[in-house]
Design a protein around this ligand. Structure first.
Ligand code: APR
Ligand code: ZN
Ligand code: ZN
Length: 361
């Protein structure tokens, strides 16, 4: 029997979100019905609402979530009712070219639920990133659910579903930070701070945080930054070089997605150093780099997709590290809010007042 629950919907381009009654069908083959417990507010939700992703309105927003499986459809064996799960927006198929070549983080198969959630008048909803978790319940493909230790708080665990995983993974998966490394992170929002936390977890000896905002730099210290650079006052490239004995950092993570900060990352890397772009640029952005610098400095210029994570490998491990007190996920939760407060949370996010606002359900 379909379930009528509350959901936060973006009805048309640029319009404020509204609370709607939505209809969530029971799971079909390969699907799971999830009782959502928490869902973080991410830039991508705002991007959907602004029409920046596509124009398949109305959207059911929310995608950074944890909850409890309520029911599963035919053929689902990996998760069962009662399991505490983190939702992911990139279930890998195991069969495409990327998967078969051992690079499943580039898997291009999308696994969204086949059954559609709707408004009460039957209008089909497009769930944000195939999830749609600003809702009491949501319907996903079972492969989007990863079972983790239920001792974790839903607010903390849910953050691994998007932004925090992106930043952690940029450092530990894409950047492959290892103990003793020097790491610089440019842009210290939730994603950048997660990269800092990842670098600390990986044993980096020096972690340099760069931002324009002193308050952000202070928060960055809390996640493990050993040095901070306010790039409004100080040239970050010169500062990173100076802090690394004139060399540059082994790994530089760009967590903003802008040409000028990408250039800073490029010039702040050591010989054979790695630059990881995890900030998302817009289609019009371009950079011009001296080819000789690419050639002469060597190393790697990489981008990180969803932290190059494998949910089934990374989510349970990171939750365990959190439960052992080795990874501060709670520190990312700036506030917990209700479903009614999502629009207000977008404002706080825009003004840079929060790392993450998390909806408690
Ligand atoms: N130099 C240094 N820091 C900057 C600059 C700049 N030119 N411009 C912005 N910043 C800082 C801001 O002060 C802020 O602390 O970058 C940080 C960006 O943080 P958020 O806006 O909170 O964004 P976040 O959620 O961390 O996401 C960062 O990653 O996944 C992507 O789409 C996401 O592109 C976005 C990026
Ligand atoms: Zn695949
Ligand atoms: Zn997100």
């Amino acid at each position: 029997m379909p379930h009528e629950v509350r959901g936060v919907v973006a009805r048309s381009k640029g319009a404020e979100v509204s609370m709607e009654t939505i209809v969530v069908p029971d799971p079909g083959p390969g699907e799971a019905l999830v009782d959502v417990q928490s869902c973080g507010v991410c830039h991508t939700d705002l991007h959907y609402r602004e029409g920046g992703i596509n124009d398949e309105f109305p959207f059911l927003l929310g995608h950074e979530a944890a909850g409890v499986v309520e029911a599963v459809g035919e053929g689902v064996t990996d998760v069962a009712p009662g399991d505490f799960v983190i939702l992911n927006w990139r279930a890998v198929c195991g069969q495409c070219r990327a998967c078969l070549r051992g690079r499943p983080w580039y898997c291009f198969a999308t696994h969204n639920a086949a059954q559609k959630m709707t408004l009460t008048d039957g209008t089909e909803l497009s769930p944000a990133l195939g999830i749609g978790a600003f809702a009491d319940k949501t319907l996903v493909h079972a492969g989007q659910c990863t079972k983790v230790n239920p001792a974790a708080s839903p607010a903390a665990a849910g953050l691994l579903g998007c932004g925090v995983m992106a930043g952690l993974g940029a450092a530990i998966n894409t950047g492959a930070v290892t103990r003793g490394d020097s790491v610089a992170v440019i842009g210290c929002g939730g994603v950048g701070d997660a990269a800092i936390a990842g670098a600390r977890l990986a044993g980096a000896a020096k972690i340099i945080a760069v931002d324009l905002d002193d308050r952000k730099l202070e928060w960055a210290r809390g996640f493990g930054a050993t040095d901070t650079v306010n790039s409004r006052e100080t040239d970050p490239v010169a500062a990173i070089r100076e802090l690394t004995g004139g060399n540059g950092a082994d790994v530089v993570v760009e967590a903003i997605g802008r040409p000028e900060t990408y250039e800073q990352a490029f010039y702040a890397r050591d010989l054979a150093g790695t630059v990881v772009l995890v900030g998302v640029p817009t289609p019009d952005m371009k950079i011009e780099l001296p080819l000789l610098e690419v050639f002469g400095r060597g190393g790697a210029l990489k981008s990180s997709w969803y932290g190059d994570c494998l949910p089934s490998r990374d989510f349970p491990m990171l939750v365990d590290l959190y439960l052992q007190g080795r990874l501060d996920l709670d520190g990312f939760v700036s506030e917990t809010i209700g479903l009614d407060d999502v629009e207000e949370a977008f404002g706080k996010m825009r003004r840079g007042e929060v790392l993450r606002s998390v909806v408690n359900l």
